[in-house]
Design a protein around this ligand. Structure first.
Ligand code: C2E
Ligand code: CA
Ligand code: CA
Length: 762
């Protein structure tokens, strides 16, 4: 019988643990699947890129159409395989369907273009490409990007839920252990009492951490275990204590908090030997309110006891944990803000109130811009700190009944019950924007955060929580992509006020002390072997850390406003070096990298002109490299600045071409003369067929559009030979030289047999 019961208990507890543990593991697995799905999605995107490249090859007319068609259909097949893998691993079928649908339209457009080309209708084909094919391609990219973000959110959600599951399992374990222990102790007290009389009973309860009292029906104690004595003694230390407890008699009823006294008294009055009574009561001790689980056993008929045995188990901590669990289920663990569940509740509640009062509810969905860069640059700790500070900041401009919730990642929602008209919501949105625009301080670092806000109002925009949230998301997305979120700002407050320049002491001091130095990496003409230029690459000679690479600090400067001074410094040093080479009779163009932030700086062209004049360097000896993504951040402003730079006579290059989302046709209106093929394609082109294909296509098409083609990341002789075969103009990479100091470069240049490349490769 006993064994059976034990077995049952064991099975039950196994089940109790298996459930949350199983759910936890499942969630973890789901998270991993979402990540895997994202990898496949990325691979599908690569296949699309290959199609883009193939289509351009068809235009450049260097390959038989049959080959193009064959390669196209292979890439499509691979792409759709990857996509269905992503689907089977958790990418929503809506996303899969949408991508398939858009890809199909794109494929049809490409097929039509190839058909026109094969009929020799070159011009129609080009026009068709511009009007149909390219837009079809561009339509796919944001959908893929969104799908990627969706998967990332899934992964994050699964992760935090599985963390929660771990907590739940541990908590269940603790609860079970404590229940089992206190049951066992109680049972032992009872058995021992009955069998062995008072002496052993006393020694047992002396050791128990539970409180044991023997009281009469009026609550008056005739016995206190040592732990109970300690507790009652501490109660008497509480100001306004109701009784002194270090000496009997102690009355249990008057010791508990007033609201529980009647219940306790009733339980003592009505208990009888046949059953055990359980109840919870609160006591106020010096450390605050304690909650006890009481169990009352009627041993009034037992001669050795002659009273009611009350065992009291302190469950304060357990209740606190339980409360925390409930809180956790409704709040975001990082920021403590309400989560989506609680937000939904509150929205529904507010909507119901609207119906009664004829009011309406406002929802503002906020999404921080480029927040990922903060994480990538400073690590998650800084990102987390920013997220934590967002809620309190928003609350400052809100009313008491408003809710700030965190949906996921860097997405927040502000719920405004009883909101006014749409114009009022706009005013509030502007206030929220303004309060987030003040730089965040995290451990001495000043971080700029901007936000895009989507605004909806119940009634006109929807009648239930999910519709409203979804539409707020759409509005937010529009604000983000069209930069409307920023346009609500006071333009004067945006930009480059000195206050926004960061105070990251180290790097600023580095600039002042000349710890930032330049290395130069040669660019070599593939046909002749001549050195046709150098790229200036910045290094930080850190007094403790040694040589720090730009990837470690450039992104940081972009966030802290230091990129302006840094670029100014690099330009100045590079131009001084160019001047030296001129003076030595061996003039050489020098390339300097610009950051996305530099392309937002309307003062840049004037600065460049000034530096050129100050160093006395001809503008054509300066090349400026910008990435496609830097241009695409704010295309209109970037284009204006690039045009002003080109007007100075400075040459412009597109850096890391192929790594971003732009297609070549989007670049054709820019005053650019050079394309640098991203090193990720060049480094692998001799092993990876699809990368070789991309390099070939970019070279072909780039030439058709009149650009000079530079291959970066040339690490091997084979790559150089392959590039020579493709007709690429210039090579840069470790195979020729690593970035080196100006002095080392001078030696390298003078020791170099000028016709070495020519002999090998032409
Ligand atoms: P980037 O403009 O693409 O510069 C080329 C990077 O590729 C350099 O890394 C260079 O050392 C590396 N590289 C050159 N040849 C090879 C090769 O054969 N194989 C491989 N694996 N890598 C090669 P570095 O110097 O670490 O610079 C990284 C990035 O930092 C640059 O990429 C550029 O975007 C940025 N950067 C460097 N200097 C500056 C600067 O003065 N201002 C700004 N705004 N950005 C800079
Ligand atoms: Ca570069
Ligand atoms: Ca590059």
């Amino acid at each position: 019988m006993v064994i059976k019961a034990r077995l049952g208990a064991v099975l039950l507890s196994a089940l109790v643990f298996a459930l949350p543990a199983g759910i936890t593991l499942t969630l973890k697995h789901q998270g991993e699947q979402a990540i895997a799905a994202k990898v496949h999605l990325q691979a599908a995107l690569t296949e699309l890129r290959i199609q883009d490249a193939l289509e351009w090859r068809a235009i450049s007319d260097r390959v038989p159409f049959a080959d193009v068609r064959q390669e196209l259909s292979a890439a499509r097949r691979r792409g759709s395989n990857q996509l269905s893998k992503a689907g089977s691993l958790g990418l929503s079928s809506a996303a899969v369907d949408r991508i398939v649908q858009l890809s199909t339209s794109y494929s049809q457009a490409v097929d039509e273009e190839v058909r026109l080309l094969s009929l020799g209708q070159q011009e129609q084909a080009l026009r068709f490409d511009e009007d149909q094919v390219d837009p079809a391609f561009q339509r796919i990219l944001p959908v893929v990007e969104n799908a990627g973000q969706e998967l990332e959110r899934d992964a994050q959600r699964a992760q935090s839920l599985s963390d929660f599951g771990v907590l739940l399992t541990v908590l269940l374990f603790l609860t079970l252990v404590s229940v089992v222990q206190s049951r066992r102790r109680r049972a032992e007290v009872r058995d021992q009492t009955k069998r062995q009389g008072e002496a052993r009973y006393r020694s047992l309860i002396n050791q128990s951490s539970d409180l044991v009292l023997v009281v009469d029906r009026g609550g008056l104690a005739s016995f206190l275990s040592p732990s109970a004595e300690r507790l009652f003694a501490s109660l008497s230390a509480v100001p306004g204590a109701r009784q002194r407890a270090d000496v009997l008699p102690v009355n249990l009823i008057s010791a508990v908090d007033p609201q529980d006294q009647a219940r306790l008294s009733a339980a003592l009055q009505t208990s009888d030997p046949g059953r055990e009574t359980d109840l919870e009561v609160q006591l106020t001790g010096p450390q605050g309110v304690l909650t006890f689980a009481l169990s009352i056993q009627d041993l009034t008929t037992e001669p050795s006891v002659g009273g009611l045995v009350v065992t009291a188990h302190d469950i304060t901590d357990r209740l606190a944990l339980q409360g925390e669990m409930e809180h956790r289920a409704l709040h975001d663990p990082l920021t403590g803000l309400p989560n989506r569940t609680l937000l939904n509740d509150r929205i529904e509640q507010s909507l119901r109130a609207d119906v009664r009062a004829g009011s309406s509810t406002g929802l503002l969905l906020l999404d921080l811009d480029r927040f990922k860069q903060i994480n990538d640059t400073f690590g998650h700790h800084h990102g987390d700190e920013v997220l934590i500070q967002v809620g309190p900041r928003l609350a400052r401009v809100l009313r008491d009944g408003d809710t700030v919730a965190r949906l996921a990642g860097d997405e927040f929602v502000v719920l405004l019950p009883n909101a006014g008209v749409a114009a009022d919501l706009n005013v509030i949105a502007a206030k929220l924007q303004a309060v987030l625009e003040v730089p965040f301080h995290v451990e001495g670092v000043e971080l700029d955060v901007e936000v895009s806000i989507g605004v909806v109002r119940s009634g006109e925009d929807g009648l239930d929580a999910s519709t409203l949230l979804q539409r707020a998301d759409v509005a937010m997305y529009a604000a983000k992509t069209q930069n409307l979120g920023v346009s609500l700002y006071d333009a004067a407050a945006d930009g480059h006020s000195p206050a926004r320049l960061a105070l990251f002491g180290d790097l600023r001091r580095a600039l002042e002390r000349g710890e930032l130095i330049l290395l130069y990496q040669p660019k070599v003409c593939i046909q002749t072997g001549d050195v046709v230029g150098v790229e200036a690459l910045v290094r930080w000679e850190h007094p403790e850390r040694g040589l720090v690479l730009p990837d470690e600090f450039i992104p940081f400067t972009e966030h802290t406003g230091l990129i302006g001074p840094l670029t100014h410094h690099v330009l100045d040093v590079a131009l001084a070096q160019a001047r030296q080479w001129c003076d030595a009779g061996r003039p050489l163009p020098v390339s300097v990298n610009l950051s996305a932030r530099n392309l937002l700086d309307v003062g840049l062209p004037a600065q460049v002109a000034e530096l050129l004049a100050a160093r006395g360097v001809a503008p054509e000896l300066l090349h400026l490299e910008v990435t496609e993504s830097a241009i695409m951040t704010e295309p209109v402003r970037a284009q204006q600045i690039l045009e002003q730079l080109a007007a100075l006579g400075v040459l412009l290059s597109i850096d890391d071409f192929g790594a971003g989302y732009t297609s070549l046709s989007q670049l054709k209106n820019l005053p650019v003369s050079e394309l640098k093929i991203d090193k990720s394609f060049v480094m692998t082109m001799t092993e990876d067929h699809s990368n070789a294909l991309i390099v070939r296509s970019v070279v072909d098409l780039g030439h058709n559009l009149g650009y000079t083609l530079v291959a970066e990341g040339v690490e091997t002789e084979q790559a150089l030979t392959a590039l020579a075969g493709l007709g690429c103009d210039v090579a840069q990479g470790y195979h020729l030289s690593r970035p080196i100091t100006a002095a080392a470069f001078d030696t390298w240049r003078s020791e170099r047999a000028p016709s070495r490349l020519t002999a090998n490769h032409v």
